[in-house]
Each structure stands twice: as structure tokens, then as C-alpha cells.
Design a binder for this molecule. Structure first.
Ligand SMILES: Cc1ncc(COP(=O)(O)O)c(C=O)c1O
Length: 281
């Protein structure tokens, strides 16, 4: 059988349509591939004008240059690229400090593709913690639920569905578009893995009543002996509250707050996509 390169059908850049549903039969020149990608992306949104999906519109040229220099690195290979991992670890420590994590504990967390991945990891950690505790107490660990507000971002609905956690979503009502403690007694119980409160919700930019929810959960523990942790979704607020409202307690200063996520790419100067999840300890 002849297998010489000449026998491979050359890709006719001009006449052969890009197949939609089957693997292309032949390759093409880099120039043709670039032309196709560039002409296809032409009608996509211009990131400079896209304020609606909370991504960076501009970055310093040094950021773009540094990204380009590192484009061939498989970041997850920490053996090969230990300095990159050291940078990530350093940033987790910075965030733990920025969000007022307790001193003297080892900060624990990770960079992620965005808050969506960070929320999934945080949700899973809460699910496993809850399950471990239930099993240690000899109790049924088959019906986890998570409580959050109707202002919750879609990623949490994905988390609940993918990871089989019952959604307990407190509905919004006219005049109140955030989660408060008001109706928690109808939603929280021994199977609640966490209450997720938002710092900087997607619809109005408001924070949920984080302190009110925290204090209500304290009272709930006093009454029932059940201790329920909080996760703060700081996708939007995580890099705003510490700088604009340093005295406002929305973070690890509240003991029930066990984990916080934030997006790097929602504030400027960070090309998409970067997120963080940081655990109290
Ligand atoms: C409150 C909230 N949580 C999570 C996300 C998901 O963030 P990302 O786009 O970084 O995955 C968003 C995005 O808009 C958000 O507003």
C-alpha cells in the first residue's frame, strides 16, 4: 500500500466546505486555518464592547506578552513547571489574607478557569464534609440539599444537578431581590450541606444579607445542635468589598464562612478566564 505524503488528498481551501459533523478528511495550511478562524470570529462580540458577560476588556501589553511566552506550558504539570505552581500557591495565600482568613492556618485553595469551576469545587467540598460528618454520626447521608436565593447564578443550578444535591432556592419577591434570613427556617435542615450567599449578585450587584444569614445559622445551631457552613460566591464582589468596604464583614471574619470564590476576569486587566476558590483552612 502506498502511503507517501503525495497520496494524501490536499485540502482544497477554496472549494471544500468545513465539515460540521464529521472529522475533516485532510489538513490545510496554517494561513488558510487562520483565515477561516478570523473570518468566523468576525461576527462574535467585540470583547472591548462586551460588558454583559463580565470579562476583561483590556489588559496591559505585558500581560499579553507573558501569556504568549507561556502558551506552550501544560500548567497542570507541576513537576515540570514548579514556579507557576509556586505563584498560584502564593496567590491563594494572598487571597486568604485579603479575605481575612484566620492567621496561623495553612491557606488552602486553587486557581480555576473561572468562578464556575470554583463554585463546583467548593460545592463538592461541602458535600463531602457533610457526608463524612453524617456517616461518622451514623446518620443517613443520601439526601444532601443546598440552600441559596433566587438571585443565585446559573452555575449553582448546574452544580446541584450534576452532583445530585437537592436545590432549596428561596424565591425572590418584589422589593427584595436577595437572600435574607427571613425564610430560612422553611429551607434549612440537617441535610443542608451549606448556605450559599452571594457577594455581588448578577442581577442588581447587591450582596445577600451575609451577616444576617450567618447570625440566623448561629441561632439555628443553638436551637438544634446542627452547624451549617456558608459559602460566599464572591465572583463579582470578592475583589470589590475588600477595597471599597474594608470594615464590612462578608468574608472569613464570619466563622461560618468556610469557602469563598471569586473571578479574576471580571474586574479588568485579567484576560479570560481565571477564578479562585479559597478555603478557610
Ligand atoms: C455571582 C456569580 N457567580 C458565578 C459566576 C460564574 O463566573 P465565571 O464566569 O467566572 O465562571 C458569575 C458570572 O457572572 C456570577 O455573577
Amino acid at each position: 500500500m502506498e502511503t507517501s505524503i503525495e497520496k494524501i488528498t490536499p485540502y482544497d481551501e477554496f472549494n471544500y466546505p468545513i465539515p460540521e459533523a464529521e472529522f475533516p478528511k485532510a489538513g490545510m495550511s496554517a494561513r488558510a486555518a487562520a483565515a477561516i478562524v478570523i473570518s468566523s470570529e468576525w461576527t462574535d462580540a467585540n470583547p472591548m464592547l462586551n460588558m454583559s458577560s463580565f470579562v476583561t476588556t483590556w489588559a496591559e501589553p505585558e500581560a499579553a506578552e507573558t501569556a504568549k511566552r507561556n502558551i506552550f506550558k501544560n500548567y497542570i504539570d507541576h513537576d515540570m513547571y514548579p514556579q507557576l505552581f509556586a505563584m498560584e500557591t502564593r496567590m491563594v495565600k494572598w487571597l486568604h489574607e485579603l479575605w481575612n482568613g484566620p492567621k496561623g492556618v495553612e491557606p488552602y485553595g486553587t486557581a480555576t478557569v473561572g468562578s464556575s469551576e470554583a463554585c463546583m469545587l467548593a460545592g463538592l467540598a461541602h458535600k463531602w464534609n457533610w457526608r463524612q460528618k453524617r456517616e461518622a454520626d451514623g446518620k443517613d447521608a443520601s439526601k444532601p440539599n443546598m440552600v441559596t436565593g433566587g438571585d443565585v447564578q446559573i452555575v449553582w443550578k448546574k452544580f446541584l444537578r450534576y452532583f445530585d444535591v437537592e436545590p432549596r432556592i428561596v424565591p425572590l419577591k418584589p422589593g427584595n431581590y436577595r437572600l435574607t434570613a427571613e425564610e430560612l427556617d422553611k429551607y434549612v435542615d440537617e441535610n443542608t450541606i451549606a448556605v450559599v450567599a452571594i457577594a455581588g449578585q448578577t442581577f442588581t450587584g447587591e450582596d445577600d444579607d451575609i451577616q444576617g444569614i450567618h447570625d440566623w445559622l448561629d441561632g439555628y445551631e443553638k436551637k438544634t445542635g446542627i452547624s451549617i457552613p456558608m459559602h460566599i460566591d464572591g465572583a463579582n464582589g470578592g475583589f470589590i468589598n475588600p477595597f471599597l468596604y474594608p470594615d464590612y464583614k462578608w468574608d472569613f471574619r464570619l466563622p461560618r464562612v468556610q469557602s469563598i470564590n471569586a473571578s479574576g476576569h471580571k474586574y479588568g486587566l485579567v484576560p479570560p478566564g481565571l477564578g479562585w476558590v479559597v478555603f478557610r483552612e
